[in-house]
Design a protein around this ligand. Structure first.
Ligand code: NAD
Ligand code: TYD
Length: 338
């Protein structure tokens, strides 16, 4: 099988490529990535020389380049996105529409017009398209989309393009909607890597709005196994929620305390911050019965996954110190030191 992975130099895409190359040594993978601030070839240093792996720098909005590079592939898996809620609010919201909506549309167009029909297109979406949901309810695949942030609204726009391509053009598409991921190689703008790396640098951590919010944290390898399953067994035109169903549910404050404990600090390192994420979603939770029926099960318990993840950032300063001294610095000052 030859897979065209977009956004493979980012957090989840790079973990997915590593996972697939190990599990299916004969599959060929093209990693097509624009290398925005979040794209980083260091994430795949260990497999860069594998003859079944090829990197192409390109934008998913560039129709001609996409068309040229999908000529002989079987499947497209679209991870490419602008992915950070805070950036979609106060930094570069237009880029979200461009990549997450127009870029998705462009991939579908190129697929539709390809001489060799492709077998599958998997859109990597997010539980955030449902908006937040009160306990004890869980969002289901058939629920209406009610995104709260410019990020989730742009992801919802991408999903709608995908479903329209199924209905109108009969393209063989599927969508996964996963909850928050955590693990190695996550850009340190997101909660867990930001807090852990700040603590390792003896910096405070900016905890928004009391830290009462709930996300259903899933270890990134478990997301990869879900995509693998949907790739091989998912039904065309279907949407699959993916989530850990953490029990009990976990608040941002609890994660913060765990990071503080593992990094040998104390709670004076919490910097309470109010109001810099307007529209802040309180709780995400998805019903995962459908993907479980297909045969998927999360393997990594949160306690184990978070310890593994924090240890990875402790052991891999080479990876994040480079990032934090570059583009990130400007972003951080604008976001937190206004
Ligand atoms: P990320 O920000 O770490 O990586 C995004 C990648 O896409 C980067 O490598 C970037 O260079 C690339 N990219 C951006 N714009 C591009 C363009 N126009 N053309 C080609 N490449 C482009 O994101 P991530 O956390 O790895 O998320 C991957 C996907 O999974 C996204 O679609 C996101 O919406 C979805 N998702 C993420 C999470 C999460 O918790 N991180 C949860 C559910 C779903
Ligand atoms: P984030 O990692 O940005 O993911 P998402 O917004 O897509 O869920 O944020 C996770 C949670 O952590 C969210 O409730 C916002 C909160 N948060 C903070 O409290 N401080 C921060 O500096 C960041 C980045 C997030």
């Amino acid at each position: 099988m030859k897979i065209f992975v977009t956004g493979g130099a980012g957090f989840i895409g790079s973990n997915f490529i590593r996972y697939m190359m190990k599990k299916y040594p004969d599959y060929k993978i093209v990693n097509y990535d624009k290398l925005t601030y979040a794209g980083n070839l260091d994430n795949l240093k260990d497999i860069a020389d594998n003859p079944n792996y090829k990197f192409v720098q390109g934008d998913i909005c560039d129709y001609d380049k996409v068309a040229e590079n999908i000529k002989d592939v079987d499947t497209i898996i679209n991870f490419a996105a602008d992915s950070h809620v805070d950036r979609s609010i106060g930094h570069n919201p237009g880029d979200f529409i461009q990549t997450d909506v127009y870029g998705t549309f462009t991939l579908l167009e190129a697929m539709k017009n390809s001489k060799k029909p492709l077998e599958r297109f998997i859109q990597i979406s997010t539980d955030e398209v449902y908006g937040d949901i009160e306990a004890p309810n869980f969002s289901k695949e058939i629920d209406p989309l009610k995104p709260s942030s410019p990020y989730s609204a742009s992801k919802a726009g991408g999903d709608l393009q995908v479903m329209a391509a199924y209905r109108t053009f009969d393209l063989p598409v599927l969508i996964t909607r996963c909850t928050n991921n955590y693990g190695p190689y996550q850009y340190p703008e997101k909660l867990i890597p930001l807090f852990v790396t700040n603590l390792l640098e003896d910096e405070k951590v900016p905890l928004y709005d009391g830290g009462t919010q709930i996300r259903d944290w899933l270890y990134v390898d478990d997301h990869c196994s879900a995509i693998d399953l949907v790739l091989h067994k998912g039904a065309l035109g279907e949407i699959y929620n993916v989530g850990a169903n953490n029990d009990p549910e976990i608040t941002n404050l609890e994660i913060t305390k765990k990071a503080i404990e593992m990094c040998g600090k104390d709670e004076s390192y919490i910097e309470p911050v109010e109001g810099i994420r307007p529209g802040h979603d309180q709780r995400y939770a998805v019903d995962v019965a459908k993907i479980k029926k297909l045969g998927w099960q999360a393997e990594v318990e949160f306690d184990e996954g978070i310890e593994r993840t924090i240890k990875w950032y402790q052991d891999n300063k080479w990876w994040w110190e480079k990032i934090k001294s570059g583009e990130f610095k400007k972003y951080y000052d604008k976001q937190y030191k206004k």
